[in-house]
Ligand binder design. Structure first.
Ligand SMILES: [Zn+2]
Length: 66
């Protein structure tokens, strides 16, 4: 996990679009339509080595998957 490059974007969970981290779509499948329910938090590694917590949501099919 070499993270030596510099970027102005926050470090994200691998392969997860930022819209899902922002709670705009299901964290698992990306469904954006309601009803979306709270699905806890996911954490990403910040550029300074700290952790960023994101409150995410899930569609009814995936709310129990996490
Ligand atoms: Zn889903």
């Amino acid at each position: 996990m070499a993270k030596t490059h510099h970027t102005e974007q926050p470090a994200l969970v691998e392969g997860v679009p930022v819209s899902r981290l922002h709670g705009e779509a299901c964290i698992t499948c990306g469904a954006a339509g309601p009803p979306l329910v709270p699905a806890g938090h996911v954490y990403t590694e910040g550029r300074d080595g700290g952790r960023l917590g994101w409150a995410v949501v899930a569609c009814p099919r995936h709310r129990e998957a996490r």
